[in-house]
Design a protein around this ligand. Structure first.
Ligand SMILES: [Zn+2]
Ligand SMILES: [Zn+2]
Length: 327
């Protein structure tokens, strides 16, 4: 499914194309995609809010089997069940890469933005950024772990939430419904703030102690919060509920402007912190944790050729859990 020109999701901008399968180059692997998760970032690329190298095959939560190895790849074998996420490559030499912060690399490339991604039967990826999937996961249930899961996990870490703490999750889509499972495994009490009734319902079923609308007040002060909605006013709403010294981690690649923030809301050493991409160690840690807990995605499946419809449902907030394309 190829995006040639960015346009509103309602106009179905992705078109089905038949292409010759690409062979892996040095250090690369070819993967037969079984399932690819649909991320809000794909929607931003579709609609031009995040720029991409067009034409592009979107999709950065691809799970499948290794079909072929390029020269020099020894870490993976044909037939392995693997996943490809958002980070496609980094320069490995800059100040960020050399200090274990490759998520901040200014020369990074991204799957489904700079390199063709997983909305396809076959994908070629740099083997250094391909992860073996944990045992016991099928490709369709593992796919949403590869961005929604890993970035949700990084958001929890950057929020500074401690075991047993009171955590606010703002927006309860693909990422938050995975993050809550990690937070509950740490003994946290989770408060879900979201506009959509179906998302509040899912949060409560999954173990949130409270669910309400974005601006509702559960009557406690949060020890930490993570936001997953692309709306600036949600950050301010989360800030209002934070205890002194607490952090709100903002998980968004694109967001409407933040409203003016009265300083007294921030005072008390409250912190607003954005979350950018993830590191290799975030991915490896999270996939191990996901196998141990185990983290189970709620999945709404679509055929690959129905990718436009899946993205439209993400845009409208109609997906319960994560949307996944199956190939
Ligand atoms: Zn770098
Ligand atoms: Zn993503």
């Amino acid at each position: 499914m190829v995006l040639a020109h960015a346009a509103p999701a309602e106009t179905q901008p992705l078109k089905l194309e038949n292409r010759e399968p690409q062979s892996p180059g040095p250090g690369e692997v070819a993967i037969d995609v079984v399932a690819c998760g649909v991320c809000r970032t794909d929607l931003h690329i579709l609609e031009g809010e995040v720029s991409a190298r067009l034409p592009i095959v979107p999709g950065h939560q691809a799970a499948g089997r290794i079909a072929a190895l390029g020269p020099g790849v020894a870490s993976l074998a044909v037939g392995d069940l693997v996943g490809v996420g958002w980070l496609a490559s980094t320069d490995e030499t800059c100040r960020f890469c050399r200090s274990g912060r490759e998520n901040l690399c200014e020369s990074a490339t991204f799957t489904g933005r700079d390199r063709n991604g997983g909305y396809a039967e076959r994908l070629v990826a740099d083997a250094r950024w391909v992860y073996r999937l944990p045992d016991g996961f099928s490709a369709d249930y593992a796919a949403p772990l590869l961005c929604a899961g890993i970035i949700g996990y990084r958001s929890l870490k950057l929020s500074g939430i401690q075991p047993g703490g009171k955590l606010g999750l703002y927006g309860f889509g693909a990422s938050a419904h995975l993050a809550i499972q990690v937070a509950l495994s740490w003994g946290c009490r989770v408060y879900a703030f979201t506009r959509e009734e179906i998302h509040r319902d899912l949060a409560l079923k999954m173990g949130a102690v409270w669910a309400g609308d974005t601006a509702d007040n559960p009557g406690i002060a949060l020890d930490a919060a993570a936001t997953f909605a692309p709306a600036g006013e949600v950050v301010l709403a989360a800030l209002e509920r934070l205890d002194r010294g607490a952090t709100v981690a903002v998980n968004a690649i694109h967001m409407s402007p933040l409203p003016p923030i009265p300083y007294e809301r921030l005072y008390g050493e409250r912190v607003i912190r954005s979350v950018m991409n993830y590191t290799r160690s975030d991915a490896i840690e999270f996939l191990e944790l996901a196998a141990r807990i185990p983290v189970r995605a709620q999945v709404e499946e679509f055929a690959l050729e129905d990718a436009n419809q899946a993205l439209l449902r993400v845009k409208r907030g109609q997906v319960r859990g994560a949307a996944v394309l199956t190939v």
